[in-house]
Design a protein around this ligand. Structure first.
Ligand SMILES: *[C@@H]1O[C@H](CO)[C@@H](O)[C@H](O)[C@H]1NC(C)=O
Ligand SMILES: *[C@@H]1O[C@H](CO)[C@@H](O)[C@H](O)[C@H]1NC(C)=O
Ligand SMILES: *[C@@H]1O[C@H](CO)[C@@H](O)[C@H](O)[C@H]1NC(C)=O
Length: 505
């Protein structure tokens, strides 16, 4: 996240979050299956998602009095951070009815606006009270995404956050991960109602810092796999100091994390026809997005050294676009690529000063939580993703143009006025060894049927057909870890796309 979604939750949350467990509504996590893959195939995992605590109703324990109304804490229930956490309870969520969150098989749809609710943020669960954690070192992460109903100003985001697996459950946070507590990201968001078991008000952990609600921020490393709408998208690592959540006040909230990140946005990197409606990666249709995390020694214990991106659409593997910016070459993120990009665009390289890829890798080694969300941007209208940004620079200056959205677009009031038709669908999430979660010839976006999941298993099936057969046009015919047939059907030729993929074209 380049900018925090701060205030979004304040907007509709006349009612909002706490730390004990409420009993007004049962908490039933929507099921969401995903797959883990190796060279011998993919295996289904039964997971589920939970809604972030900030979206939930927070009321007094055993009653119906709001702890938080219209950006104000109830002075009686919440005289100080610890008492507030003791007096207030988080309740169960009506996922589809109130929040527009629905799942089916391996697909999750987040509607942007349902009634007065705006946006949502959910976390993948391992069991009913624990977040699933992922270490993507020497692994890849693949998903299908449908951004066709995401116009300018929206962000359908899929990312990893270094939050705790138990949601910072403690003696003062009985709710924990089950109720979506413990969020943090690289913008060190200040809009969280509770941080580490205390209400985020004056006096949090003894602080007397600045103003009332929101005086404390929650920082942690963040890997943005996907921040996108139908016009623009970016993949962005954001390292922070430490490997887990760090609460911040004042200036530490801007020095703890690399807030800008090292982004690869194809449009910003010079290819204005690569991503968008009808373009090379066609946003009118579902897209398979592959992100690989390579390490210095090609092992799961090495340092993170490179982040690579591929797309698959209509059965064709599409390598990421190449940078065409003077002084910046390549189509993957490395520390040196980031340094070149920052120099070319005149940006400060906080990515490197906060430790670069290696530091993000340290958070993965500890385990990061998968976040899926949809949001609009009260800070800067998402211009940093899809338009000209920063607004005080000449639009023709290097790196300013990030997409074709108007600089007047993305105003939350406008976006929310049309909110009913806006949604994003994420499906077929797969995590596995490099080269095992996608292949050419596989159509993306088969939605909840899971059929592309089963077709992935044929990646290993290519072994059983033997390496003597021939591969159909658009099929895989070579690459690291590939053991299948290498002869292409007549009319096509085996073409090396990258070290991991050769394809019959
Ligand atoms: C809260 O304050 C105590 C005592 O100063 C300190 O030991 C602890 O680390 C603090 N917790 C956080 C999360 O800052
Ligand atoms: C944009 O990317 C596409 C696909 O890789 C490529 O064919 C095209 O030449 C690129 N355009 C520019 C300006 O680099
Ligand atoms: C890691 O794998 C890549 C791609 O197969 C290869 O080019 C590189 O030499 C390997 N590095 C090491 C240290 O083995």
């Amino acid at each position: 996240m380049f900018r925090t979604a701060a205030l979004v939750s304040f907007v509709f949350l006349a009612t909002a979050s706490a730390q004990q467990v409420g009993t007004s509504a049962a908490e039933t996590h929507p099921a969401l299956s995903y797959q883990t893959c190796t060279s011998s195939g993919c295996t289904n995992v039964a997971g589920s998602v939970t809604l972030d605590s900030n979206w939930r109703w927070v009321h007094n324990v055993g009653g119906y009095t709001n702890c938080y109304t219209g950006n104000q804490w109830d002075a009686t229930l919440c005289p100080d951070p610890a008492t507030c956490a003791k007096n207030c309870a988080l309740d169960g969520a009506d996922y589809s009815g109130t929040y527009g969150i629905t799942s089916s098989g391996s697909a999750l749809t987040l509607a942007f606006k349902t009634g007065s609710n705006v946006g949502s943020r959910v976390y993948l669960m391992k069991d009913d009270s624990t977040y699933e954690t992922f270490n993507l070192l020497n692994k890849e992460f693949t998903m299908d995404v449908d951004v066709s109903k995401l116009p300018c100003g929206l962000n359908g985001a899929v990312y990893f956050s270094a939050m705790s697996a138990n949601g910072d459950a403690s003696s003062t946070n009985a709710a924990g991960a089950k109720y979506g507590t413990g969020y943090c990201d690289s913008q060190c968001p200040h809009d969280l109602k509770f941080i580490q078991g205390q209400a985020n008000i004056i006096g949090w952990n003894g602080t007397s810092a600045n103003s009332g609600t929101g005086s404390i921020g929650a920082c942690c490393s963040e890997m943005d796999i996907w921040e996108a709408n139908s016009i623009s998208e970016a993949v962005t690592p954001h390292p922070c100091t430490g490997t887990g959540i760090t609460a911040c006040t004042g200036s530490t909230c801007t020095s703890t994390c690399d807030q800008a990140g090292c982004d690869f946005n194809s449009y910003r990197m010079g290819n204005t026809t690569f991503y968008g409606p009808g373009m090379t990666v066609d946003t009118t249709k579902p897209i398979t997005v592959v992100t690989q995390f390579l390490t210095s020694d090609n092992t799961t214990t090495g340092s993170l050294s490179e982040i690579r991106r591929f797309y698959v659409q209509n059965g064709v593997v599409i390598p990421n676009s190449q940078s065409t910016i003077a002084g910046v070459s390549g189509n993957s993120i490395t520390d040196s690529w980031c340094a070149a990009q920052k120099t070319a665009f005149g940006d400060t390289n906080t990515f490197q000063s906060l430790g670069g890829l290696k530091q993000l890798g340290a958070a993965f080694a500890k385990g990061m939580v998968l976040v899926l969300s949809i949001w609009d941007d009260y800070a800067v209208n998402m211009l940093w993703l899809d338009s000209d940004y920063p607004t005080n620079k000449d639009a023709s200056a290097p790196g300013v143009k990030r997409g074709t959205c108007a600089t007047t677009s993305g105003v939350p009031a406008d976006v929310e006025a049309n909110g009913g038709s806006i949604s994003v669908t994420y499906s077929n999430i797969k995590v596995g060894d490099i080269g095992t979660t996608f292949k050419a010839g596989q159509s993306s976006g088969s939605g909840s049927s899971g059929s592309s999941g089963s077709s992935t298993s044929t990646a290993s099936g290519s072994g059983s057909t033997g390496s003597s057969g021939s591969v159909a046009k658009y099929g895989q015919c070579g690459g690291t870890g590939y053991a299948g047939a290498t002869t292409c059907a007549s009319g096509s030729t085996c073409t090396v796309l990258n070290p991991y993929y050769s394809q019959c074209l």
